[in-house]
Ligand binder design. Structure first.
Ligand SMILES: Nc1ncnc2c1ncn2[C@@H]1O[C@H](COP(=O)(O)OP(=O)(O)O)[C@@H](O)[C@H]1O
Ligand SMILES: [Mg+2]
Length: 316
C-alpha cells in the first residue's frame, strides 16, 4: 500500500458545498491511485484526528477562508504534516486581492486599475469623503466592487455610477475588512492553471468562460448550462503565449507551490489583465483546473497524483 493521504474538505467557509464536491472526487482518485485515503471535514477535532492518524500528507480540498488563506497551512506546518498547494505566505498573499494586486503592479504584471477601502479607513479616518475621487483613480465607470478576501464572486457588484458606489462598498465590506473598487473590464474571461511537476511548473491551456449572466459567479460556475467553456481558449497565438507567461509569472511571484490558477480578462484591445490568483482551485466535475489538465492530456487521477507527489516530495 502507498502512503496515507488525508483529504481535508468541507469546513465552514461559504464555499463548503463546492469543497465537499471537490474533496469527494479527490478521495476517489486517491483510492484509485492506491493511496490510503482518509476524508476529513474541518471540525474542532481536526488537529486531534491528524495527530492520531499521522497522514503522510494532506490534500487540501478546502476553498475560501481558513482553507485558502494560510490558516490551515499554518496549522499543518506546526504539526509537521506536508500538504498540497502553496505554503502560508503564498496562500495569504493570493487570498488578499488588495496585497496581491500591489505585488502584480510592482512586478509589471497588468491588473485593472483599482483602489482599496478598509472599514477602518471609513470609520476612523472619514474615507467616505474621498469617494468622489474613485472614478478618476480607476478610469471611470463601470467599476467592480468586491471584497478583498473572498471567492466565487461573493459580495461582488458591478456599479454603473457614483450614486450606487456606497451601497456596493457596504455589501463588499460585510464580507471582510477591505473592499476593492476596480475598473470593470469587458472582454474574454480566462482561467490559467499552473501545476508543478518533475520539470518545474507546467502551464495548462487557458480555459475561456462565457457566463450567460456576464459575471462568472457561483451560479455561473455551478449551474448546468449557465456558462459556455472553451479549452483551449479562442485566442490569437500571441495572446495565448502572453496569458501563459503571465500565469507562470504570477505563480512564481507569489511563491506558489504545487498549484495555482490565475483568473484574467483579455480586454477588447487584446490586452490580458490579471484579476486574482487562486491557490486551492475547485476540483468538481465542472471545475476549471481539471478541464485545463484534461486538455493537456492529464486525466483527473493523474492530476491529483501529481499534486500529492509534489507535497510528499517537499523537503524542508
Ligand atoms: N474588474 C473586473 N472586470 C470585469 N469583470 C470582473 C472584474 N472583477 C471581477 N469580475 C468578474 O467577477 C468574477 C469574480 O471575480 P474575481 O476577481 O475572480 O474574484 P473571486 O473569484 O475571488 O470572487 C470574475 O470571474 C469576473 O467574471
Ligand atoms: Mg476568481
Amino acid at each position: 500500500m502507498k502512503e496515507k493521504i488525508a483529504v481535508l474538505m468541507g469546513g465552514r467557509s461559504l464555499e463548503r458545498e463546492v469543497s465537499l464536491r471537490s474533496g469527494e472526487r479527490v478521495f476517489t482518485a486517491l483510492t484509485q491511485l492506491g493511496y490510503r485515503a482518509l476524508a476529513l471535514d474541518v471540525t474542532p477535532e481536526l488537529v486531534d484526528t491528524l495527530r492520531r492518524e499521522k497522514p503522510d500528507a494532506v490534500y487540501i480540498a478546502l476553498h475560501g477562508k481558513f482553507g485558502e488563506d494560510g490558516t490551515v497551512q499554518e496549522a499543518l506546518d506546526f504539526l509537521g504534516i506536508r500538504y498540497t498547494g502553496p505554503g502560508v505566505i503564498a496562500s495569504a498573499l493570493a487570498w488578499d486581492k488588495a496585497l496581491s494586486k500591489r505585488l502584480f503592479a510592482q512586478a509589471g504584471i497588468p491588473t485593472p486599475p483599482w483602489v482599496t477601502f478598509t472599514s477602518d479607513a471609513f470609520k476612523e479616518m472619514g474615507a467616505a469623503s474621498a469617494l468622489d475621487l474613485v472614478p478618476g483613480a480607476v478610469g471611470g465607470f463601470p467599476v467592480c466592487v468586491k471584497p478583498s478576501k473572498q471567492g466565487s464572486a461573493l459580495g461582488l457588484t458591478r456599479v454603473e455610477d457614483a450614486a450606487h458606489l456606497p451601497d456596493a462598498l457596504l455589501t463588499a465590506l460585510s464580507y471582510g475588512d477591505a473592499a476593492l473598487v476596480e475598473k470593470w473590464v469587458d472582454g474574454t474571461e480566462l482561467a490559467v492553471s499552473v501545476v508543478d511537476g518533475a520539470d518545474g511548473p507546467e502551464v495548462f491551456p487557458p480555459v475561456e468562460m462565457v457566463a450567460k449572466s456576464g459575471v462568472f459567479d457561483y451560479t455561473a460556475a455551478y449551474t448546468a448550462g449557465a456558462t459556455d467553456y472553451y479549452c483551449p481558449a479562442r485566442l490569437p497565438d500571441d495572446v495565448t503565449l502572453e496569458v501563459e507567461r503571465l500565469a507562470r509569472e504570477c505563480h512564481t511571484l507569489l511563491g506558489c507551490r504545487g498549484v495555482s490558477r490565475t483568473d484574467m480578462v483579455v480586454d477588447e484591445a487584446g490586452r490580458p489583465l490579471v484579476l486574482e490568483v487562486n491557490t486551492s482551485p475547485g476540483m468538481t466535475e465542472t471545475s476549471l483546473l481539471p478541464m485545463a489538465a484534461a486538455a493537456a492530456g492529464t486525466d483527473f487521477a493523474s492530476l491529483v497524483g501529481r499534486m500529492v507527489r509534489v507535497a510528499l516530495d517537499r523537503v524542508e
